[in-house]
Design a protein around this ligand. Structure first.
Ligand code: F0G
Length: 458
């Protein structure tokens, strides 16, 4: 018999979680204004709100915390992080930031101005938020296949090169400060970008003399998919693949809360010294001195160690295998999910799950509330709420995909938890016809509204 994969780690410490009753959850979700972000963590049994900062650090990472050098300047922790970043990504210059959106803030303050255009593959919401906050616009050039959840395509994060060239051709170079490739592409379902596509984007960008940055939160998971799905990469190590990936970029922004398996942290990688120097001023203004940028020494140590662990094949195989285990269960139940399964999460196609609900009634949010009521499982809406209103017209934007994301924290839950989640969603699926009313907005913020929005039942 072929030996199956199994976790390449064992448990040394545990944290209790508590199941609640349906009555309790009914009360709590109403008090939370039907916004899952407003729930207290002890009101949640299995928390799939995000895989960001929610992973379990290893014993080696915890021991690195003790070795943190908290000197203001010249700390050894800074050097440790610098060495890990240059070894793993190949970027010679970097700036530490407290998380991914801070990296975006620093980089975009340096290069984006009002009226600019930033093409890419379905920009993440903070990325888009930081672009639109500067009165610039994000243009989505993702391949059309990504928006059909039933279609099997190995690299649904790919950029449509014709769409991209259309944008590059029809705008003056001065208006396009960068192209952003998100690896893996969170907004289209944790979908990977192929090496072939990265290379082609890089060549196109060179032709038009525009820098390419990778939004790299889940770069290692992307490399795993390249290894198992793309011709010519089977025998390459994850680290070799990662180095080749980044060779097609001029820089990267990183939320280390994902693939570096830390609870907080981020950075920007640069190839160009001049740009790094320009960005330094903003880093000092917004984040802190360049040798810590919003992170303590111990955080930088844990991050450096996490980068090595996060790029190990055995770890990635279990991690992505667990996500696929959940996905396959749901698929076998006939529940519509984005296929192939994403790297960090399963994305349930809410429009196909609840076709009877009109889009104005926030279909994916309604589904996420139902799943919480059923089993105390907290997912997150990746749909109309997240898409915000059009900053020009003030109208709601209805994205092509209306998804409920079940993001799996790294090294945290067991496969029994996956079985529980699948059973809870199955029960909602069984009674889906009875869900005839959705939700409506009572109060909302002008930008990134999904965090604080207040909702009520229609
Ligand atoms: N880019 C991507 C692709 C992300 O998924 C995120 C965060 C960020 C940038 C911003 O990083 O949170 O460290 O400031 N994604 C989290 C999520 C919040 O739940 O998917 P951050």
């Amino acid at each position: 018999m072929k030996l199956p994969f199994a976790e390449s780690y064992k448990t040394k410490m545990v944290e209790s979680i508590r199941r609640s009753t349906r009555e309790e959850r009914e009360k709590w979700i109403q008090e939370a204004n039907y916004n899952l972000f407003n729930l207290k963590s002890n009101q949640v049994f299995i928390d799939l709100l995000t895989d960001s900062g929610t992973g379990a650090m290893s014993d080696k990472q915890w021991s690195e915390m003790m070795l943190g050098d908290e000197s203001y300047a010249g700390a050894s922790s800074y050097s440790k992080m610098k060495n890990a970043i240059s070894e793993i990504t190949g970027f010679p210059y970097f700036l530490p930031t407290h998380q991914g959106r801070a990296a975006e803030n620093v980089l975009f303050s340096t290069i984006i101005k009002a009226g600019d255009i930033v093409p890419g593959n379905s920009h993440f919401d903070t990325t888009k938020g930081h672009i639109e906050f500067r009165k610039a616009s994000a243009v989505d050039c993702t391949i059309d296949e990504a928006f059909d959840t039933t279609l099997d395509h190995p690299f649904k994060g790919d950029i449509n090169l014709e769409k991209l060239e259309g944008v590059l051709k029809s705008n003056p170079k001065e208006k396009i400060p960068l192209i952003i490739v998100t690896v893996t592409c969170n907004s289209s379902g944790g979908q990977p970008v192929s090496m072939k596509n990265m290379k082609a984007v890089s060549q196109l960008a060179k032709k038009y003399d525009i820098p390419v940055f990778f939004d790299s939160a889940r770069f290692a998971e992307n490399a795993y998919f390249i290894k198992i799905r793309e011709d010519g990469y089977r025998d390459k190590s994850i680290r070799e693949i990662v180095l080749e990936m980044f060779s097609y970029a001029d820089g990267m922004t990183m939320s280390s809360k994902k693939d570096a398996i830390v609870n907080m942290g981020g950075f920007i990688g640069f190839r160009d010294k001049g740009l790094f120097e320009k960005a330094t001023m903003y880093n000092i203004l917004f984040e802190g001195y360049i040798s810590y940028g919003g992170m303590s020494g111990r955080d930088m140590n844990a991050l450096a160690q996490g980068l090595y662990e996060g790029t190990e094949f055995n770890y990635l195989e279990t991690r992505i295998g667990q996500v696929a285990y959940l996905g396959q269960k749901l698929k076998d139940f006939g529940i519509p999910v984005q296929y192939p399964f994403g790297g960090h999460a399963i994305f349930v196609d809410a429009k196909r799950f609840l076709p009877q609900l009109p889009k104005e009634q926030l279909v994916a949010q309604t589904l996420a509330v139902e799943l919480y009521l059923e089993g105390g499982v907290r997912g997150v809406e990746i749909g109309t709420l997240l898409a915000d209103r059009d900053p020009e017209t003030g109208e709601n934007r209805y994205p092509e995909l209306e998804l409920m994301r079940l993001a799996i924290p790294r090294r945290v839950y067991s496969d029994n938890h996956m079985d529980f989640i699948a059973a809870a969603l199955f029960n909602v699926f069984e009674r889906k016809e009875q869900i005839t009313k959705g939700l409506k907005i009572v109060e909302e913020a002008p930008i990134l509204r999904h965090f604080t929005v207040k909702l009520e039942k229609v």
